[in-house]
Design a protein around this ligand. Structure first.
Ligand code: SAH
Length: 251
């Protein structure tokens, strides 16, 4: 099952091992670690992995979440309920069903935050939706590996229950496609003067959240990029249909 479990900056080696074990018990094996502690895999991680040493040892290491999810068509972040503006929040069951359905057309990811502070804003910008495990409102923060266990269990339960969705007309845009689009959008908004050069981050964050909610496919993204290209001064009416995915167009 091409479902990637990504731990962002896990600080306790024991949690990494326990997460590998949680995954393997539910039939998953693709573990990705974004900036794990030095000396990975540490003896504490090995000990907690127990019979899942193979998953631990095969874990892929990445320098950033953007790198870890570049080829993914769906990215769901796990987070204790916080109500973050503009990001859809799913129940574990819905999360499992959406990941399984999207996994039919390419890699998908379930992303976990660091123990102390969870997912950063920049990491949330890369998530199409969040999943929260319903818990005690007075203390809803589970141990990292416990959260992995519960969501992996939901994924296992959901296997075979998802409806056969007809193949999409166009594959989903990947995170990398979206990053290229955001760069293009920012250049156009800069040139038009719409973007406040003193504070570009807030607008771009809101726009990212808007597009993440709608999850454009490749065709839709090409239309959007064609519109941006047509707005470049002097471009006149251009035929966006012939435009390659990244033509390096600058306004
Ligand atoms: N203090 C942090 C908690 C980090 S716990 C915070 O407030 O965000 C480490 C990770 O476990 C979280 O980033 C999240 O990915 C996962 N996790 C913990 N509790 C969760 C819950 N109730 N629902 C979903 N994920 C949870």
């Amino acid at each position: 099952m091409p479902i990637r479990f990504i731990l962002c900056e896990p600080s306790h080696p024991g949690n990494i091992g326990a997460a590998a074990r949680a995954m393997k018990t539910m039939g998953f094996s693709q573990l990705v670690l974004v900036n794990p502690p030095e000396g990975h895999p540490d003896p504490a991680a090995r000990a907690r992995a127990s019979g899942a040493l193979d998953v631990l040892e095969a874990a892929t290491l990445r320098g950033s979440l953007a790198e870890a999810v570049a080829d993914c068509g769906l990215v769901i972040g796990a987070s204790a309920r916080h109500r973050r503006l503009g990001i859809a929040e799913l129940e574990p069951r819905e999360c499992a069903q959406q990941l399984l359905a999207a996994a039919a057309s390419g890699p998908v990811a379930l992303v976990f935050g660091t123990e102390r502070s969870g997912l950063s804003n920049a990491q949330l910008d890369l998530c199409h939706a969040l999943v929260s495990i319903p818990a005690n409102p007075e203390y809803s923060s589970l141990n990292l590996a416990a959260a992995v266990q519960l969501l992996a269990w939901e994924l296992r339960e959901a296997q075979g229950t998802t409806l056969d969705t007809p193949p999409a007309e166009s594959p989903p845009a990947t995170i990398e496609d979206m990053e290229i689009f955001y760069e293009h959008l920012q250049r156009v908004l800069d040139a038009s003067g719409f973007l406040d050069p003193g504070n570009p981050r807030q607008l771009m964050r809101r726009l990212r959240r808007l597009f993440n909610r709608t999850r454009p496919d490749q065709n839709e993204l090409n239309i959007l990029r064609g519109i941006l290209a047509s707005l470049a001064p002097g471009s006149g009416r251009r035929d966006w249909r012939g435009m390659p995915a990244d033509d390096g167009e600058s306004p």
